[in-house]
Ligand binder design. Structure first.
Ligand code: GDD
Ligand code: MN
Length: 367
């Protein structure tokens, strides 16, 4: 490796303190003394990964930490890490040592030879493997890979890989179109890059985690759906609005179920039952949107309650707007169905815009 900065290794972290030193030792072993840097992007991990990285950075200038507060997300972390570096070549890898650092020099060589713009560490081509995954996870991963390949219309054997290296120009050319949603940063880049991108692959065996545990949960499927939606219909409708609308649709069922319970079960009068059902649906919509639609800005602790209050306030105004517009249209001779639909749409857009600004737009998300 030369003494000037050639390669930046971007490492997203959330609670990975026990892996940091081992990863750096292994990077040093394969990349040598100089010419590289490691940029850790940590989302304010409770185990103080960021503080550990900074303490190492004080004695080793090749190491840096970008700490993000009140934010979560693997993809957006990788994007910000890549943007924080000046290196002409950038690698992205996990902190838990599941990705085989020994293939980094080969990836770099391919880029420097000029035969490829991006090199993917793949588990699925000759010589690669998913290691000791159980059958269910391996099957899920294969299915998700097929769907990803279909959206990409590109022949990449492992578009879900979290391990790859690219020339800085590839980032420059795609960064403004990136979705930054969820876990699949490589798929995001491949789908956002201008046509003609030359992709090479290097097989590796996915190892078991060195220390700590996986951050992937059941909702990774939902996040993947959001990313694919953004890559396909996202240029016409914002995916967050789609998610918000889907949750709103579910809220109608919750409303009806609650209304039935209050009317038939508790024998309440209609107006009281309808008001209680409306409040129930609002709480449901807030809680579910907080988990799904605004996963990357999730409110916790006191901020959750404050968020609920602002959400209910905004949605009450939205409901008034809905009824007002629908009644107005109905009176000016629009059919009841279209009048109601217009009311619902205006109410939904209002709720979406206002809660995005005031419920999930505040900086103090956890308290
Ligand atoms: N900054 C940040 N923010 N980092 C995160 C977050 C987050 O919200 N969530 C996870 N990470 C970091 C972890 O600390 C780890 O370094 C890396 O991202 C991967 O997370 P894991 O929890 O270890 O994911 P995995 O091993 O189950 O999945 C990996 O392999 C898949 C298959 O290759 C990831 O690389 C996936 O992207 C990949 O699809
Ligand atoms: Mn992992």
């Amino acid at each position: 490796m030369p003494s000037s900065l050639e390669l930046s290794v971007v490492v997203p972290t959330f609670n990975e303190a026990a892996n940091v030193r081992e990863l750096l030792a292994r990077l040093q072993a394969v990349l040598g003394e100089s010419g590289w840097e490691a940029v850790f992007v940590d989302d304010d991990s409770p185990d103080e990964t960021a503080a550990l990285v900074r303490s190492i950075a004080r004695i080793d200038p090749r190491v840096r930490c970008v700490q993000r507060v009140g934010r979560r997300g693997l993809s957006s972390a990788c994007i910000e890490g890549m943007l924080a570096s000046g290196a002409p070549y950038i690698a992205v890898m996990d902190a838990d040592l599941q990705h085989d650092e020994a293939v980094l020099p080969r990836m770099l060589e391919q880029l420097k030879l000029g035969s490829a713009d991006l090199v993917v560490g793949t588990r699925y081509s000759q010589g690669g493997s998913t290691g000791d995954w159980d059958r269910q996870r391996a099957g899920m991963s294969r299915l998700a890979t097929r769907v990803g390949q279909w959206v990409l219309r590109q022949d990449v054997s492992d578009p879900m890989s979290g391990f790859f290296m690219l020339r800085r120009e590839v980032l420059d050319a795609s960064v403004r179109r990136l979705s930054g949603l969820g876990f699949k940063i490589l798929l995001d880049i491949l789908a956002s890059a201008p046509p003609g991108l030359r992709v090479a692959e290097v097989p590796f065996t996915f190892r078991s985690r060195y220390a700590g545990e996986s951050k992937l949960d059941e909702l990774v499927v939902w996040e993947y759906g959001m990313l694919l939606a953004d890559k396909t219909v996202g240029r016409y409708v914002p995916v967050r609005f789609l998610a918000f609308a889907i949750v709103g649709g579910l809220g109608v069922f919750v409303h009806m179920a609650a209304l039935t319970l209050f009317l038939k079960g508790f024998g309440l009068g209609f107006t009281v039952a309808q008001s209680a059902a409306t409040a129930t649906a609002m709480v449901f919509n807030f809680a579910v949107n907080n988990i799904l639609t605004y996963r990357d800005r999730r409110l916790t602790g006191w901020a959750w309650w404050r968020g609920l209050a602002s959400f209910m306030l905004a949605c009450s105004v939205g409901a008034l707007a809905n009824v007002g517009i629908a009644s107005y249209l109905f009176e000016s001779a629009t059919t009841w169905f279209l009048a109601a639909l217009a009311g619902v749409l205006v109410g939904a857009v209002w709720n979406y815009v206002i809660t995005q600004l005031y419920t999930w737009g505040r900086k103090d998300r956890a308290a």
